[in-house]
Ligand binder design. Structure first.
Ligand code: AGP
Length: 605
């Protein structure tokens, strides 16, 4: 999720671009750059790492211009580097891009055949050369032709040295907003970048192209037909704006999960063929592996526990799941027949890195699932399945977790189909259900107010139990961790079947028990566990599948979720436990995004 800013007017574009990028830094910051037109030439300034590095370059060079584009990058294709930093250019045309282009390799091959040379690994540079290849002295026309040739998500801001009086914008599946003022106009991925300059905005809609001059904004559709877009007045404070109106980043990131899942699976499957397509894994020779070792920490370890269910069910390969800090000090049996899978949002967790290095030294192949391109874990892996959750600012992991689980589901299908255990028909069926997931999650997010009300009733308890079975047992663990880490209330996740082996002694009216009771092959066993808790004056909050009217007889609160397979019910149950933890912590007035004692990435032992 990168940040784009664009300006045309009478002020110095450089100042406005840098200020705007600063306001968007939360969207990603592994590299940044601006392009401005000075004396009929496009000057590009780029840097790797924090935005401060770009600011230092700018304060030295002091470029002055009335038109420019800027970008702060969260890498999706190509590691963070100077070459991969935006803006990207092609013979007098420069652009910045937020999104993921699915068919960029095909386009790149065609352009290379035409003689184009590429400096970067990015999909964005491909768009720049594509626009140049379509350019016939009209940058608007060139962009209009090009956007119909690219598949995937994009928000673009494009300038041409031959037409220094305009900026072309285009959006498809990636946000872009125009800021309007007198004698100047702006564009950005998000309004925080612009609210210092105006409160008048046009929110571009799907498949809009816009032409910005300093005195006008004209919108078109991709066919070139003019469209009317309403100018909206938005008065919002900058901090609230960064969170897009949410109270906390964690809340925003919970709500971003439908989009994050769509971005993570984008381009990785063919529904008509019934295939998961992971070319980045083709050099992993699955045939050698007798077992998988999934190793991670915290929430990522919970994702790994779910992955075990998926891989053993669909790929019929034995999977062990370990906590990295334990794995690294054990005398593990690892050899070349082991596939070691490291799961890490940050790619910088010290224990997981150490475990990976041990496995590698003993001959294992290394696959990682990670949300940060170019991070240590990805650099030391033989292959990486990147999640595209975008930057996760809240310390409590939410969208990273669900996109890790999506990655594991896709990997299980991929390995199963490579082993011949999954027919195309079966894969089609599984993919069809997976593609419904974002919409079902949106449905669960509509229960937010109900969950907020439950949180108000339970915020003062001092200890919780979370119970789940089978593939939802790790969600019970995740729910307990979410509550612990942001509300400081003790909570324990447990396999529901284990109640009789000790924890049931804890049950009384002071111990709320959250039970995951959505439809599953073990539903009857879970129902019995709920009745055991109720029989001991326990307080039960449960999730069930819509249409289930028997559980609510035994619960204080019963949350009804849309019908879905047991395997994918983990996503819907995860949204509920995330929202419950979030609202309890918010009700307690705690620092939800930066809880005490915690860091977003544990880079030390
Ligand atoms: C989860 O909410 C926590 N922030 C923490 O458990 C986290 O999952 C763990 O530290 C692992 O981090 P990683 O995914 O970046 O490796």
């Amino acid at each position: 999720m990168c940040g784009i800013v664009a300006y045309i007017g009478s002020k110095n574009a450089t100042d406005i671009l840098i200020e705007g990028l600063t306001r968007l830094e939360y969207r990603g910051y592994d590299s940044a750059g601006i392009a401005v037109i000075i004396n009929n030439k496009i000057e590009v300034f780029r840097s790797v790492g924090k935005l401060l590095n770009l600011k230092n370059i700018i304060s030295e060079k002091k470029p002055v211009s009335n038109i420019g584009i800027g970008h702060t990058r969260w890498a999706t294709h190509g590691k963070p580097s100077y070459e991969n930093a935006h803006p990207h250019s092609s013979f007098g045309i420069s652009l910045v891009h937020n999104g993921i282009i699915e068919n960029y390799l095909d386009i790149k091959r065609n352009l290379a055949d035409k003689g184009y040379k590429f400096e970067s690994e990015t999909d964005t540079e491909v768009i720049a050369h594509l626009i140049h290849s379509n350019y016939k002295d009209d940058i608007f026309e060139a962009v209009k032709v090009s956007v119909k040739q690219i598949k995937g998500s994009f928000a673009l801001a494009v300038i041409s040295v031959n037409e220094p009086d305009k900026i072309i914008l285009a959006r498809h599946d990636s946000p872009l907003v125009i800021g309007i003022s007198d004698g100047e106009n702006f564009a950005a991925s998000d309004i925080p970048a612009l609210i210092s300059y105006t409160n008048k905005f046009i929110f571009l809609e799907e498949n809009d192209i816009a032409v910005l001059t300093k005195d006008s904004v004209t919108c078109f559709d991709f066919e070139g037909k003019k469209t009317d877009r309403e100018i909206k007045i938005v008065d919002i404070n900058p901090v609230m704006a960064e969170k897009a109106g949410y109270r906390h980043f964690m809340q925003k990131e919970i709500y971003e999960q439908p989009r994050a899942i769509i971005d993570t699976i984008r381009g990785k499957y063919s529904l008509e063929e019934g295939m998961v397509l992971l070319p980045e894994l083709q050099n992993i020779s699955i045939e050698n592996f007798k077992r998988f070792n999934i190793v991670a920490c915290g929430t990522s370890w919970h994702a790994g526990l779910i992955g075990k269910f998926y891989i053993e069910k669909y790929a019929k390969i034995p999977v062990e799941v370990d906590i990295a800090s334990e794995y690294r000090y054990r005398d593990n049996i690892i050899d070349k027949n082991t596939l070691f899978i490291a799961i890490s949002q940050s790619g910088e967790t010290a224990d997981t890195i150490a475990a990976l290095r041990i496995a590698k030294k003993k001959g294992a192949s290394i696959l990682s699932i990670c949300n940060v391109i170019g991070s240590t874990i990805t650099r030391e892996s033989d292959a990486t399945f990147y999640t595209h959750a975008g930057p996760e600012i809240g310390v409590a992991s939410t969208k990273a977790f669900t996109t890790q689980v999506v990655a594991l589901f896709m990997l299980a299908i991929y390995f199963g189909q490579r082993k011949g255990d999954l027919s195309c028909e079966k894969v089609k069926e599984m993919l069809s259900e997976l593609l419904k997931l974002p919409e079902l999650i949106e449905h669960v997010l509509k229960l937010d107010e109900k969950i907020e009300n439950i949180a108000r009733n339970f915020k003062d308890f001092s200890s919780f139990l979370y119970l789940g079975r089978n593939v939802n047992y790790p969600v019970a663990l995740e729910g307990a961790l979410k509550l612990k880490e942001i509300s400081y209330i003790h909570a324990e996740g447990y396999p529901a079947g284990e109640m009789k082996h000790g924890p049931i002694a804890l049950i009384d009216k002071n111990m709320p028990v959250f039970v995951i009771a959505t439809d599953s092959k073990v539903y009857d066993k879970v129902l019995a566990n709920i009745q055991e808790v109720k029989a001991r004056d326990g307080i039960v909050i449960a999730t069930v599948t819509e249409g289930n009217n028997e559980v609510e007889k035994f619960t204080e609160f019963c949350i009804k979720l849309p019908e879905i397979s047991e395997e994918l019910s983990v996503f819907l149950n995860s949204i509920v436990v995330q929202l419950l933890a979030y609202h309890i912590a918010a009700e307690l007035g705690l620092d939800v995004d930066q809880p005490r004692n915690l860091a977003k990435s544990v880079t030390v032992e």
